[in-house]
Design a protein around this ligand. Structure first.
Ligand SMILES: *Cc1c(COP(=O)(O)O)cnc(C)c1O
Length: 222
C-alpha cells in the first residue's frame, strides 16, 4: 500500500507539466496515508472539513513544511479556524465570506492565499459565484486587502463529456484573463485551481496551475 501510493504519485507527477502543482486531496484518509504521500514528496494537502483536518494536523505536527489547502464549502462560523489551520482557501464562494475572512485575517495577522470559486455553468449542487455575479462584485472583492487573491477555482457540474469539461476549463481560463486585464490592485489571476481525478488532464490542457487529486492517488474514499 505504502509503495503503491509512492508509485502512483511518481507516475502522475511525471505526466504533469512541471509548472502544475499537484495537491493531494486527503479528505477521509487517515494521517498515516498523508505521511506516506509526504514521504513520496508531496507537500501540498487539501481537506474539505475543518474538524477532520484539525485532528490530522495535530498528528502531523512534525511535518512542518506541509502547505494545507482548504477546498470544502466554508461556513462563516468556521472562517476563523480555516485561517488558523490553512494557508490556502480555494473555496471562497461569496462576497460575505470574502469580507469575513478579510476582517479575521487582519485580526489574526495572517494573509491567506485565496481562490475565488466560480460556477461557469449553473449547478444547484455547488456553491460559487456565477460569472456575472463575480464580475459585478470585483470592486468589493478588491477591497479585501488582507487576502492574497491568487486566482479562480472551479468544479464542473457532474455528467459533462470531455468536450463539455474542456469548455468549462477554457471558459475559466478566459475569465481569469479578463479579470487580470482589468488590473485590480488586490486581485491576482496567477492561479487556476481546476482538475480532479477524472478530468485533470483536460484541466491541464486548458491552463490549470493546480490540480486537486484524491481518488487517483489514494484509491476510493472509505
Ligand atoms: C474531493 C475533492 C477533490 C478530489 O476529487 P477526486 O475525484 O477524488 O480526485 C477535488 N476537489 C474538491 C473540491 C473536492 O471536494
Amino acid at each position: 500500500m505504502i509503495s503503491s501510493i509512492g508509485d502512483r504519485i511518481a507516475s502522475i507527477r511525471s505526466s504533469l507539466p512541471t509548472s502544475v502543482q499537484l495537491i493531494a486531496v486527503s479528505k477521509t484518509f487517515p494521517a498515516e496515508i498523508i505521511r506516506s504521500a509526504y514521504a513520496a514528496g508531496i507537500r501540498d494537502f487539501a481537506e474539505s472539513r475543518i474538524q477532520e483536518a484539525a485532528a490530522k494536523q495535530v498528528e502531523l505536527q512534525d511535518l512542518t513544511d506541509i502547505t494545507w489547502h482548504f477546498i470544502g464549502h466554508l461556513q462563516s462560523n468556521k472562517a476563523k479556524k480555516a485561517l488558523e489551520q490553512f494557508q490556502w482557501i480555494h473555496s471562497v464562494d461569496n462576497l460575505q465570506l470574502a469580507q469575513r475572512l478579510n476582517q479575521l485575517a487582519s485580526q489574526l495577522g495572517v494573509s491567506p492565499q485565496i481562490c475565488l470559486q466560480v460556477k461557469i455553468l449553473p449547478d444547484p449542487h455547488k456553491s460559487g459565484w456565477s460569472v456575472p455575479q463575480l464580475l459585478a462584485e470585483l470592486p468589493a472583492i478588491n477591497q479585501c486587502k488582507n487576502l492574497q487573491i491568487q486566482g479562480l477555482m472551479t468544479i464542473p457540474p457532474l455528467g459533462l463529456d470531455n468536450t463539455g469539461l474542456l469548455n468549462v476549463f477554457n471558459s475559466t481560463y478566459r475569465l481569469a484573463q479578463q479579470i487580470q486585464e482589468q488590473n485590480w490592485s488586490h486581485i491576482q489571476m496567477q492561479h487556476l485551481s481546476m482538475g480532479m481525478s477524472g478530468d485533470y488532464q483536460l484541466a491541464v490542457e486548458a491552463g490549470a496551475t493546480m490540480v486537486r487529486l484524491g481518488t487517483i492517488l489514494f484509491g476510493d474514499r472509505p
